[in-house]
Design a protein around this ligand. Structure first.
Ligand code: PLP
Length: 418
């Protein structure tokens, strides 16, 4: 299996999975995609549990790759937590938040960390990962890379601009993970990372962006697993409704469907950031500046994975017949969290609420799955006032929040990182 750039021109090179994972971005600035979509292996089974099913879904993507023989071990280590459904008569919810930082990004970040560790130890090389974060991503990356050999991580976040619980997840690390509280904005943090990458004196720097193939493939794998489990249980294929920002999670679902996973269709649930919704209405794609919403991990005006969707559905007609997307307002997010709790006592986060709103308003089918992207306890300031009670902190989050915070305050100059 070889990988090419979404911007590839005739005759440009193709890369192995391992090369794509270590590079992150293709040399021409595009995103890596498989040269052709594989099929789910004939040996695929649900009988050995979630991580093993995910491993099988990943196998064809590593055919002929130097990591092929290590893939089983990497998947066992990376996907070491449950992937359960909250069942509600076929209108179920897939809970992707049992990883260490209680959001779906744990799957991708952990797979990437274990893969990179393996590749670097084979090469006898070391890498330093730089992450600028305004919240969620940095925590998942820090947790995933903590303790991994040959790797160190520097997390940069803007001082005073992340929620207290998020700050704990960014700073509760020691050893190979260092946190930097930057006296500046998130844009300053991003600029510092870019400048460090451009400094010719600095070597061995890398990123762990959500566009990295190593973060995307696990998101394909849990859709192969979950859709197969759903079909086995209900005898029907489900519609998957996916809360989306950079559309990496949804791209995983489209890849799973292209491999033959039993998904009847895929619906994107967006917040007030609606470039894809507008594209479907107007026929012209225009990235925007992002606006702030209650579902802040989806506050994206220029979704980075859109190139991968355009690669799958190159013209407007095929895009339109495969992609549905709806926008949900902050008022609707609040109303949905309250409505779902009042009906059944089930508590959902603001991102998941976008998905549930879209299911209730736009999905007529009896068989559907809303993807729950984060545990509601991560967004207690929003959720608790709406439901009138506290949300218990799950064990995974509790552990992270009771580590000792360590962060270095620095000026917004990348040289203070080294
Ligand atoms: C990152 C994130 C999203 C958006 O996922 P994309 O892959 O960027 O579309 C949704 N919800 C939560 C909780 C997230 O952390």
């Amino acid at each position: 299996m070889r990988y090419i750039s979404t911007r590839r021109k005739e005759g440009e090179a193709a890369f192995s999975a391992s090369e794509a994972i270590l590079k992150g971005l293709a040399p021409d600035g595009g995103l890596f995609i498989p040269e052709s979509m594989p099929s789910i292996p004939g040996s695929f089974t649900l009988a050995k549990g979630a991580w093993y099913a995910m491993y099988q879904a990943m196998l064809p993507y590593f055919e002929g790759d130097e990591l092929a023989d290590d893939l089983e071990e990497i998947c066992r280590n990376a996907f070491s937590f449950p992937v359960p459904f909250h069942e509600d008569g076929g209108k179920d919810t897939l809970e992707l938040y049992f990883g260490p930082t209680a959001a779906f990004k744990d799957f991708g970040a952990r797979f990437l960390a274990f893969s990179m560790e393996k590749l670097l130890s084979k090469r006898g090389e070391d890498l330093t990962i730089l992450v600028a974060t305004s919240g969620d991503t940095g925590g998942a990356v820090a947790s995933a890379f903590h303790g991994r050999e040959h790797l160190s991580v520097k997390v940069l976040f803007p001082k005073g601009r992340v929620a207290e619980r998020q700050r704990m997840q960014l700073t509760g690390w020691d050893g190979n993970v260092s946190s930097y509280e930057v006296e500046g904005s998130f844009d300053d943090c991003q600029r510092m990372v870019k400048e460090a990458f451009m400094d010719p004196e600095l070597h061995g720097l890398s990123s762990a962006n959500s566009i990295n193939l190593g973060r995307l493939l696990p998101q394909m794998a849990y859709y192969v697993y979950a859709s197969s489990l759903y079909e086995a249980k209900h005898g029907e294929k489900a519609v998957f409704v996916i809360p989306s920002g950079n559309v990496g999670n949804a791209t995983g679902a489209y890849w799973a469907k292209a491999m033959g996973a039993p998904i009847s269709r895929i619906v994107l649930a967006c917040n007030a950031n609606r470039p894809i919704v507008d594209y479907l209405e107007v026929g012209e794609y225009e990235p925007r500046a992002s606006v702030q919403t209650l579902a802040n991990a989806m506050d994206v005006g220029a979704p980075s994975n859109i190139e991968r969707l355009f690669a799958l559905f190159p013209d407007f007609e095929s895009f339109k017949s495969n992609v549905s997307a709806y926008s949900v307002s902050d008022d609707e997010i609040r109303r949905t969290i309250k409505e779902v709790y009042d009906e059944s006592g089930y508590v959902i986060c603001p991102h998941t609420a976008c998905g549930e709103r879209v299911r209730r308003d736009h999905v007529a089918e009896a068989h559907s799955v809303v993807v729950s992207t984060a545990h509601p306890a991560k967004f207690n300031d929003i959720v608790e006032p709406l439901i009138g009670r506290t949300v218990a902190i799950p064990q995974n989050l509790y552990e992270i929040m009771h580590r000792t915070p360590r962060a270095k305050e620095i000026a917004p100059d990348y040289r203070s990182l080294f």
